[in-house]
Design a protein around this ligand. Structure first.
Ligand code: CA
Length: 673
């Protein structure tokens, strides 16, 4: 048997993102069924609409008996300066119009339901909030635009197939003492060009640019609840998978969380800087659950509606965090779609990564994918194709891997290749294919063909998926590590005891060589290119900076590895053969060679996809000894596992007389013109 945890159909792979402060008690049973009968309001004007002569507030709350709006001078504390009763208009919407200029004032809503006043809340559609997200702010959004924002241009992207994702966390990337970055832990830390580590090697945004990736993927940076924004001196750390206000950037990443406009402007400055550097920006979004349950603004303003319940009225919890949102209810679906479109337009974002996407229904995901592509067809949507627990949503409707064929152009993370390469995420000492576990060979091949149908695969031998789940290679995200679980270096170290540092880095290099030569969309965890460690800490969602920070001295120590990644990324960018656009092209132009189990070798027909190399041969040798292969004459060495020779001019001692010698635990890449 394979050393993988057996999976059940419902819960595929449980990652740790969801395990954020799940301390809240479950709400009392409120069997207010009939949510589907609530009126649906279809216009896109919920929230606050400001102009200098009037401001209009609209809140959807069909169960409310009364709704009041309070106006404040500050985002926290102080007495209200005005209190207004809203009037019920149409389709469960309550409205107030203030005919005066209330720019930069703060506000809250409070609803009375079943004879009881709920707590004061920010409406879910709020675009700007005060410190700790307690009150909304009335803002002229044009005042939040940094200089030159109207001229901000997205970097060129020839096609989705060119995407290479690089996952960062706002605080991790800059917080260490050797980052050379002034605004540590802030959005604007990523606008600092020219920063270096102690040995003058580039850091921060310059480093990401040098890597050659096309997209940064930013861990949650919308307003989340776990960091007290009034106490920056505590240096608290959290990944941020505990949403509070979906349409607002997180305050602790701004230089002034009290003035709601600052976080908005600084987030835009960061996007602008990335775009200037030629890098597109993806936001990790977590619509599947909220940080609070019954204390959330959703539940205080429209009790029960935004969450799924079981038949007995108990809140469902497929996020393993106390609740799951109900994307299949019209007004929640509308909220998610409008929220994503808002980020795409207002912040010029280029992609969205959906946490626990399996909690959302297929219809919602396809609707929002379509809606953002109307804003910009190159916006890329992808997510985790699993849940973290059972859900009342029928399996056939979930946006999970098994329903990949129903998701129009949305991509899904491949846990198949991830665990195939490095070993099980949960059995820490289990080895993957690169560490010599040959039972995982078919899992790796499954990733190489980007989870599509391919004649050379035996799907019965794939550990997790017994059939393809991508209809196109562009719907598979191939990766071996991310923020969840151990870093790649730590996982390899734990599962390969008594292995030298040099050998561990060799394994790590081989792991991502498989990822970056595979078909599909590759994804890298920031710092993997320099052997990043979290010192064995697995679920570091609230570990201190000392665990989570990127230690930029590793770049100096492992500069050869960094250079290798850059060469590998360049190779991928230059060659369409690694990025075929359809399953049919793969079936016809990728052929696996017959080899022993400790080798995977395949040939790409570059000529068929317009590659300047007519053929490419990729060979992975995971055995502990070098191996000779007769491949015939006419090949040139593109990579000997150490460096890249794309012009083919270098005579290379590993290939002569039609025989290539592949070093132990290495990848060799050859080509014909
Ligand atoms: Ca916050």
């Amino acid at each position: 048997m394979k050393n993988f945890v057996k999976h059940i159909t419902v819960v595929t792979v449980i990652t740790f993102t969801f395990m954020i402060s799940c301390t809240e008690s479950k709400p009392e049973v409120k069997a207010e069924l009939g949510y589907d009968d609530y009126p649906v309001y279809s216009a896109s004007d919920l929230g606050v609409k400001y102009s200098s002569d009037k401001t209009v507030f609209k809140l959807w709350s069909p169960a409310a008996e009364k709704v009041v709006l309070r106006i404040y001078d500050k985002g926290l504390g102080g007495e209200e300066v005005n209190k207004i009763s809203l009037k019920k208009v149409d389709k469960g919407v309550w409205e107030a119009e203030l005919n005066e200029d209330i720019k930069n004032k703060y506000y809250s809503f409070q609803v009375k339901v079943d004879g009881k006043w709920n707590s004061e809340e920010v409406d879910p559609y709020a675009k700007v909030v005060g410190v700790n997200g307690k009150r909304g702010m009335v803002v002229d959004m044009s005042e939040t635009n940094p200089k030159g924002w109207e001229e901000d241009l997205k970097p060129e992207l020839k096609g989705i197939e060119d995407i290479i994702l690089y996952e960062i966390q706002i605080r991790d990337i800059s917080i260490s003492s050797n980052s050379g970055i002034k605004n540590k832990g802030k959005f604007v830390g990523l606008t600092e060009f020219g920063t270096v580590n102690n040995e003058e090697l580039s850091t921060g945004i310059d480093h990401i640019k040098e890597m050659g990736v096309t997209h940064v993927h930013i861990l949650p940076a919308f307003d989340f609840r776990s960091i007290d924004e009034t106490k920056p001196e505590l240096n608290k750390y959290n990944w941020g998978y505990d949403p509070q206000n979906y349409n607002v950037p997180e305050g602790s990443y701004s230089t002034d969380p009290y003035d709601g406009k600052v976080r908005v402007r600084e987030f835009k400055e960061m996007v602008q800087a990335f775009h200037k550097a030629g890098i597109r920006v993806v936001l990790d979004v977590v619509y599947n659950h909220t940080g609070f349950t019954n204390e959330s603004n959703f539940d205080q303003l429209v009790p029960g509606y935004y969450y799924r319940q079981w038949d007995d009225g108990k809140y469902a919890d497929a996020s393993a965090c106390g609740n799951e949102t109900a994307s299949d209810r019209e007004m929640m679906r509308k909220f998610i779609v409008e929220s994503v479109v808002y980020w795409a337009k207002e912040y010029h974002l280029d992609g969205f990564r959906f946490d626990l996407m399996g909690i959302h229904d297929v219809t919602t995901m396809n609707d929002l994918d379509k809606a953002v592509k109307e804003v910009d067809p190159s916006i890329f949507v992808y997510g985790e194709g699993w849940t973290a627990g059972d859900s009342p949503l029928p399996i056939s409707e979930r946006a999970i891997k098994d329903n990949g064929f129903k998701l129009n152009t949305i991509a899904i993370f491949s846990d198949d290749i991830r665990d195939g390469i490095k070993g099980s995420w949960s059995a820490h000492d289990s080895k993957g294919y690169v560490s010599g576990n040959l039972e995982n060979r078919e899992d790796v091949k499954f990733g190489i063909v980007a989870s599509t149908q391919h004649p050379d695969l035996d799907y019965s031998k794939v550990s997790y998926s017994k059939k393809p789940w991508s209809k196109s290679p562009l719907q598979t995200i191939n990766y071996v590590s991310c923020h969840d679980n151990h870093t790649l270096y730590d996982k390899l170290k734990i599962s390969n005891p008594n292995t030298s540092d040099i050998e561990l880095l060799q394994l790590s290099k081989l792991a991502n060589t498989i990822i970056l030569t595979s078909q599909g969309i590759p994804f890298l965890h920031a710092g993997v290119e320099m052997g990043r460690t979290k010192y064995g800490v697995e679920n570091s969602y609230q570990s201190p900076d000392s665990i989570n920070e990127m230690d930029w001295s590793l770049k100096t120590k492992n500069i050869k590895l960094v250079d290798y990644y850059e060469g590998l990324i360049k190779l991928r960018m230059n060659h369409p053969a690694f990025k075929m656009k359809t399953a049919k092209l793969l079936q016809e132009n990728l052929k696996f060679d017959k080899t022993e189990d400790d080798v995977i070798s395949y040939t790409l027909n570059g000529a068929a996809v317009g590659d300047k190399w007519s053929q490419i041969k990729v060979i992975f040798n995971v055995s502990k000894e070098s191996k000779d292969f007769k491949i015939g004459a006419g090949w040139k060495v593109a990579s000997d596992g150490e460096k890249f020779y794309e012009d083919g001019s270098k005579s290379n001692k590993i290939y002569s007389k039609g025989v290539v010698k592949v070093p132990k635990v290495s990848a060799v890449i050859l080509f014909k013109n």
